[in-house]
Design a protein around this ligand. Structure first.
Ligand SMILES: [Zn+2]
Length: 435
């Protein structure tokens, strides 16, 4: 199983130097170096969706040029490069203005109904254009929704299939070496929801959405025999590992979907499969309290790695929006490669990579405390929570007192700390304060 990382430069945050939205080629090349140094084998890129339009501004063209160069930069480091494509996306933000960060724009400004007039061909051809811009990518992945999908009441899963088939056809002609994946993320967006979509994180309509994700994925799979043979399927696996999904189910209600039987059956028919496990390495800014701090959830990454090891996936893709999740990223790669490692072993190895001998014990204790208090754990329903890592002898008050001094005991040149020891300690302090 290849190990990949999804990078997305949609969200804006401070300091700008650490925020991919603002990066030029040099900063991006450093980032790819960092990913490569952890053992990542595939890098998958998605642009901020306000830019999902034909570029016209000089700054926009330069931005696109930098992203095009990532293909060669990834290849030079021995990594494959995959590009994410949308479905009915078409940014209608003012063409002569630089779009703000994705938190400041609306999905409705970036989508068109494919059944309204020439909506399908306008959106499909824009995506065709982006596939040409990223000529040379090893794979393209067509996202079902979020952003994308249409709740007009006429659209349905067949519209998503139409996009997948459209892009399979032009890729076969123009980039026959490239793999195409159909990613079922948010496929239930292709419906008019009877009671509207869920809004806040506490909205009980989420339960219906998670059920619909399965139902609509099944509809897609039922029609899959009609799709071109080379199209692989990427599964988000929400029900396998995400507390945000599982918390809406009682213990005896939670479905394990897709089942291993289903995955083996698809694999047996020659379909290639990807596990697209979003948010396990880094949460997005919509989960306010989790965003931007150092997050540790190695117990849950290990559990996911054990699940994936039993299934015929070609690749697993995690998500990294910034360099702040060095520990989770390191653990993700190590554990996906060898799920039998213990969390303690992974933490110990990470600590030896980034800390001087004088700071290793302190950093290890700090990471154990953060691991045991990560908000990811609180999001899980009680029946899915995993036991804590042993904390015998760790004094939290001592950790807090000595934290400012930790920066002097980290290696300034550790490749795993992309933004250096100060940034790492700042993110760790913010995380400790959360708990
Ligand atoms: Zn529609």
């Amino acid at each position: 199983m290849k190990i990949g990382v999804y990078i997305h430069d949609g969200f804006t945050f401070e300091p700008r130097a650490e925020c991919p939205y603002h990066w030029g080629l040099d900063a991006y090349e450093r980032y790819l170096d960092w990913l490569s140094s952890t053992g990542v084998e595939v890098v998958e890129y998605c642009q901020q969706l306000g830019w999902y339009r034909y570029p016209a501004l000089r700054a926009e063209l330069e931005r696109l040029y930098v992203r095009q160069r990532l293909i060669d930069a990834a290849h030079d480091l021995g990594m494959a490069f995959w590009q994410i494509l949308g479905t009915n996306l078409y940014s209608r933000l003012p063409w002569d203005q630089i779009p703000p960060g994705q938190l400041d724009i609306a999905e409705s400004d970036c989508t068109l109904c494919p059944r309204d007039g020439d909506g399908f061909i306008r959106t499909a051809e824009l995506t065709h254009y982006f596939a040409r811009c990223f000529h040379g990518a090893d794979a393209f992945e067509v996202f079902a929704g979020d952003w994308g999908g249409c709740g007009c009441g006429r659209c349905g899963v067949e519209d998503y299939i139409r996009y997948v088939s459209y892009h399979a056809e032009h890729l076969r002609e123009e980039q026959p070496a490239a793999q195409l994946w159909a990613n079922l993320w948010s496929i239930s967006s292709w419906q008019k929801r009877p009671d509207g979509p869920p809004t806040g994180v506490a909205d009980s309509r989420w339960r219906r959405m998670w059920d619909d994700e399965i139902a609509f994925s099944q509809r897609f799979l039922d029609a899959l025999d009609d799709a071109p043979a080379g199209v692989g399927v990427a599964f988000p696996l929400h029900h396998w590992y995400r507390g945000f999904c599982q918390q809406w189910y009682a213990a005896d209600e939670l479905p394990f979907w897709p089942t291993y039987d289903l995955l083996n059956e698809l694999h047996g028919k020659g379909r290639q499969l990807v596990a697209w496990t979003h948010f396990i390495v880094e949460n997005d800014p919509y989960h306010g309290r989790l965003w931007g701090t150092l997050s540790l959830r190695l117990r849950y990454i290990k559990q996911l790695a054990e699940q994936l090891a039993k299934a015929p996936f070609e690749a697993v893709i995690g998500n990294v929006y910034s360099a702040r999740q060095a520990v989770n990223l390191y653990g993700f790669v190590r554990l996906m490669r060898d799920p039998s490692l213990t969390v303690g072993q992974v933490l110990d190895d990470f600590v030896k990579e980034v800390a001087l001998p004088s700071g290793q014990a302190q950093l290890f204790d700090l990471l154990v405390v953060l691991e045991n208090r990560d908000p990811w754990h609180d999001d899980m329903p009680s029946y899915s929570r995993l036991p804590a890592v042993a904390e015998a002898g760790i004094r939290r008050d001592q950790l807090e007192d000595s934290l400012p001094d930790l920066v002097h005991h980290l290696r300034a040149d550790a490749p795993l700390l992309l933004n250096g020891p100060s940034d790492f300690v700042r993110a760790a302090a913010a995380a400790l304060e959360l708990h």
